[in-house]
Design a protein around this ligand. Structure first.
Ligand code: ZN
Ligand code: FE
Length: 253
């Protein structure tokens, strides 16, 4: 089994480093410097790079890492990814050395059209699709695509650890509470997250169970969420319209 190490980058990004023995794989290295610093300090070598989508804060470090290590880059086939060696579309399983397991590649269009998530060993690396208490903005995809993508992730086992790419949980939960003030589990999570953040701790990973219970974007069929969305936009009739209303509301929250 591998260890997952959090590498903070930029203002609120997380680069995830997966380590087994002396070998490491990184997910979404937007900046090479903190990754190289950790690898050098620990004497680990880099074996592969996984990319979820094309935004610079997720792939900006590829060039420098490839200069230093002869690694393969796995990422979305339909997006401009620097040095992409293993183009993926979702629906396939891939083996990523040195890990002795098959990763499920899941297409999750919405934030971007080619966005991928990687699932293996009970862990989900989902980039900017599902966040703690929220979801990514719709830069390229439609509300329908994003709602489908989130449903695909929500169908993973409850105890799946969710490793998203940003520490947005506290702000996301402020919005969640405006949508669903009566959700007890959400109230508890708000308190826990406030305590963690006050101590400078991370709120990631979360779990699929926690997200299903508290993330409004996964709760578009909950009566209180439906009522809040319709209060905001009375024409939000079906589930996708509820989702679209929440996403739009959050953009201006
Ligand atoms: Zn992004
Ligand atoms: Fe991002």
């Amino acid at each position: 089994m591998f260890e997952v190490i959090r590498i903070p980058a930029f203002k609120d990004n997380y680069i995830w480093l997966l380590r087994q023995g002396m070998q490491a794989v990184v997910v979404d290295p937007g900046d090479a410097r903190p990754v190289l610093a950790l690898l050098n300090r620990e004497g680990w070598s880099l074996s592969a790079i996984l990319i979820t989508h094309h935004h610079a804060d997720h792939q900006g470090g590829i060039a420098s890492l490839k200069e230093r290590y002869p690694v393969q880059v796995f990422g979305p086939a339909s997006e401009p990814i620097y040095g992409l060696d293993r183009p993926l579309r979702g629906g396939e399983t891939v083996r990523i050395e040195p890990f002795d397991l098959s990763w499920q590649v899941i297409a999750v269009p919405g934030h971007t059209l080619g966005h991928l998530a990687y699932y293996g060993a009970g862990r989900l690396f989902c980039g900017d699709t599902l966040f703690g208490g929220g979801c990514g903005r719709l830069f390229e995809g439609s509300p329908e695509q994003m709602a489908d993508s989130l449903a695909r992730l929500a169908s993973l086992p409850d105890d799946t650890a969710v490793y998203c790419a940003h520490e947005y949980t506290e702000a996301n939960l402020r919005f969640a509470l405006a949508v669903e003030p009566g959700n007890r589990q959400l109230q508890r999570r708000v308190d826990e997250v406030a305590v963690a953040r006050a101590k400078g701790l991370s709120t990631i990973p979360s779990t699929i169970a926690t997200e299903k219970a508290t993330n409004p974007f996964l709760r578009c069929t909950a009566p209180e969420v439906i009522a809040a969305a319709r209060h905001h936009w009375p024409d939000a009739l079906d589930e996708v319209a509820i989702f679209a209303t929440l996403r739009e509301w959050k953009n201006h929250f």
